[in-house]
Write a protein of this length. Structure first.
Length: 81
């Protein structure tokens, strides 16, 4: 039998505090809520433009984060799955 020594538990040293993590998700959720409300309450003029802008900003941020994460982690080629 192959006996492997137990691995030590990973040391969790938070690189960022929760206070540093939560402002962006909260800001994006507020933009989304404002965009949904402006789409529901105002059907014409400035409200329509505000709803499009406020609903598209979180999508642009999400796409940019996905592209950045894709660039950071290389795809595994061939071999084991």
């Amino acid at each position: 039998m192959n006996a492997t020594p137990p691995m030590p538990p990973p040391s969790f040293s938070p690189s960022r505090t929760p206070v540093a993590v939560w402002p962006w998700p909260i800001a994006l959720s507020l933009l989304t809520v404002f965009g949904l409300l402006s789409a529901l309450l105002g059907q014409h003029g400035i409200w329509l433009a505000l709803s499009w802008i406020n609903l598209s900003i979180p999508l642009v941020v999400m796409f940019a984060c996905l592209v950045r994460a894709r660039r950071r982690t290389p795809l595994s080629k061939g071999g084991q799955s």
